[in-house]
Each structure stands twice: as structure tokens, then as C-alpha cells.
Design a protein around this ligand. Structure first.
Ligand SMILES: NC(=O)c1ccc[n+]([C@@H]2O[C@H](COP(=O)([O-])OP(=O)(O)OC[C@H]3O[C@@H](n4cnc5c(N)ncnc54)[C@H](OP(=O)(O)O)[C@@H]3O)[C@@H](O)[C@H]2O)c1
Length: 327
């Protein structure tokens, strides 16, 4: 495993982070038991991962707690989250009260079987929710931080709606958060221009989500995701091959698969710290760690001349988000 300094937390964390949400939820979304999910957590730790990301709504905190049993807690970096809205992301104005927010933290600690979390995020915050999150909930988080239940404070965006990172662009200059979770991938690398310059300026740690997601985990799914982008007017169909949008990757020496390319693309991005990998399969986990640890992407993974040309065109280029997302 390779380790990276997670911004101002000064913590050394694995560049591959175990994502316990997304479509897999450690396999629990497809019927795996908490014990089976805990086996995957143990496998991840044995493979050198020390960064584990979960959330109250993922339903995987108990599995993470089981997986950590008997391990040296001080060597693991555990991240969890609570929504800001009562019914999930973007449900303003039905916000959680500070008391409800605290109850969420307490239940996370119970399920994780731990006295503290290394990182507690305000989860899936939209631009409209940011003021409430900062003014009402953040003081509550700070109180728990002072009591030793939370070490560092983070915020995550709702990438499927906030594909231009408007919330993070507003939040980062205010300098409240030690770490942010941001969507970044081959289909939408816009954080390179709008988020990473700010995180680097403020020495904020970054967790990369949506590296693969559904839209990049097979050629068929990428075709579907790109067709939706074309339909929405986000991609100029003349700029790509709609039947095989990442055709430029094939035949490139050193690239084993689309998924491998997608993880490598994120890993070597300046400003990207932990690349989250979400899976319910031990074989996929091993493959994905190997991809994240492989050398910098080969040159053709930089924007091709065709992609670069399209960036200057009048319509939006090949950079917008994957549509089919779960949380
Ligand atoms: N707003 C938020 O806070 C937020 C939102 C989204 C995600 N997250 C975090 O980010 C983590 C990563 O989530 P993500 O959605 O970006 O997931 P991801 O890790 O990019 O992709 C996961 C998807 O790809 C499949 N997959 C993974 N490796 C594969 C392989 N080698 N071959 C074939 N298929 C493969 C998985 O299915 P299999 O189970 O079959 O492998 C799953 O469907 C989440 O677990 C969560 O911790 C946070």
C-alpha cells in the first residue's frame, strides 16, 4: 500500500480507501450479510487499507464495527456521516435539529463499536443547505470534537446534482472543513479546475468518489451514461464515438481495462488524496487496489486532441457527470 498525507489533518492514510456505500454497500445492497461484509473489511485491512468510509444511511456501520474488532483501532482512520436534511440529501427546509444530528452521531458510534470517529462529515450537502449546515450544525459538531468523539470534520457534495461543485466552491474559501469528498472521474474531471486549486490552497484533504461508479464499470454502462449526457445536451455527439465512448483507451499499451484506467486517472491527479473504491467482491477489491497502485497513467489518458478540441467548442464537452447514482 502507499500512504498519503491527508491535508491539514496531517494523518497518513492509504491512497486506496474502502468505500462502504455506493451501489455495493460492501455487497449488502445485493444481499450480503453483515458478517460477509465484515469479512471484506478485514480483507481490506489485511491488504493495507487504513481508510474506511461509511455513513449512517449506508447500513454498513455495523459491518465496519465487526470488521474492526480485534484490530488496532489507532491504526485505522474511520470516516462516517450524517445527512443535514431530515429525509436525506437536498430536503431543505426540513433540516435536522442539532439534537437529531447528535443522536445520529451517537448511533454511528454504537454501531461502529468505537468511542470516536476520525472524520465526521456533513453528508450530501447542497449549496442551499450550506448556510444551515455551517451555522446550526457545525457548532454542534465542534462541541463533539472538543469532547473527543470526532477528530476531524468533513463535508461531502451531492455530485449527481451538483456536477459543477457549486457547494464546495462556496464552502472551501470559508475554511471550516479539514477534508472534503468530491466527485471526480474520466467523464467529469471538472474538480481539477474548480475544487483542487482551493483544497490545495487551504491544505484540505480530499476523498475521491465516483471514480468508477456504475457509468464506468462496463462499456455498456458507459455507453448508456454518455447517451444520457448527449440527450441532456451536455456532450457534443460529434466529439465522441457514442457506441464506445472510451475507445481511445483500447489498444493503449499499459492499460488493462476501462476500470483500471478510471482508477489510475484519479490516483495521479494532483490534489487527489484518497481514491475510494466501493465493491462487494474481494476479487474486485484486490484488482482495484492494484489499479490504484499502478504507475501514473500512460500519456493517452490525458485529454486526447479530440477531447481537447471539443473543450473549446460552443457546447459542453465530455466532462459531465455520470447519471445513475444512488446516494
Ligand atoms: N455524497 C457522498 O457522501 C457519497 C456519494 C457516493 C459515494 N460515496 C463514497 O464513495 C465510495 C465509492 O463509491 P462510488 O459509487 O464512487 O463507487 P465506485 O467504487 O466508483 O464503484 C463501485 C461500482 O463499481 C463496481 N465495481 C467496482 N470494482 C469493480 C471491478 N473491478 N470490476 C467490475 N465492477 C466493479 C461495483 O460493483 P461490485 O460490488 O460488483 O464490485 C459498484 O457497482 C462509496 O462506497 C462511499 O463510501 C459517498
Amino acid at each position: 500500500m502507499e500512504f498519503v498525507r491527508l491535508g491539514r489533518t496531517n494523518e497518513s492514510v492509504s491512497v486506496a480507501g474502502l468505500g462502504c456505500g455506493g451501489h455495493s454497500q460492501l455487497g449488502m445492497a445485493r444481499g450480503a450479510t453483515a458478517q460477509e461484509a465484515a469479512d471484506l473489511v478485514r480483507r481490506a485491512i489485511d491488504l493495507g487499507i487504513n481508510f474506511i468510509d461509511t455513513a449512517l444511511v449506508y447500513g454498513t456501520e455495523e459491518a465496519v464495527g465487526l470488521g474492526m474488532e480485534g484490530r488496532d483501532r489507532s491504526k485505522l482512520f474511520v470516516s462516517t456521516k450524517s445527512w443535514v436534511g431530515k429525509g436525506g440529501a437536498e430536503t431543505e427546509p426540513a433540516y435536522l435539529t442539532p439534537e437529531e444530528f447528535t443522536a445520529n452521531l451517537e448511533s454511528s458510534l454504537r454501531r461502529l463499536k468505537t468511542d470516536y470517529v476520525d472524520l465526521f462529515h456533513l453528508h450530501g450537502v447542497s449549496l442551499a443547505q450550506l448556510d444551515y449546515a455551517r451555522e446550526v450544525l457545525l457548532p454542534e459538531v465542534r462541541r463533539h470534537q472538543q469532547a473527543g468523539k470526532i477528530r476531524f470534520v468533513g463535508i461531502t457534495e451531492v455530485f449527481r446534482h451538483d456536477t459543477d461543485h457549486r457547494m464546495l466552491q462556496a464552502a472551501l474559501p470559508l475554511n471550516d472543513f479539514d477534508v472534503v469528498m468530491v466527485g471526480f472521474n474520466l467523464l467529469n474531471p471538472s474538480a481539477r479546475k474548480t475544487v483542487f486549486p482551493l483544497t490545495m490552497q487551504h491544505d484540505v484533504g480530499t476523498l475521491i468518489m465516483f471514480a468508477v461508479r456504475r457509468g464506468l464499470n462496463s462499456v455498456e454502462n458507459t455507453r448508456e451514461a454518455v447517451a444520457a449526457m448527449i440527450e441532456a445536451g451536455e456532450v457534443d455527439p460529434a466529439s465522441i464515438n457514442p457506441d464506445d465512448p472510451l475507445d481511445f483507451l483500447r489498444g493503449t499499451p499499459g492499460i488493462k481495462s476501462q476500470i483500471e484506467a478510471a482508477y489510475r486517472f484519479c490516483r495521479h491527479e494532483p490534489g487527489a488524496h484518497v481514491i475510494l473504491t466501493g465493491t462487494g467482491s474481494a476479487a474486485h477489491l484486490e484488482e482495484n487496489i492494484a489499479s490504484i497502485l499502478s504507475s501514473a497513467r500512460p500519456a493517452p489518458l490525458r485529454p486526447t486532441s479530440r477531447m481537447a478540441r471539443n473543450r473549446q467548442g460552443p457546447r459542453r464537452d465530455f466532462r459531465h457527470s455520470i447519471r445513475n447514482s444512488g446516494n
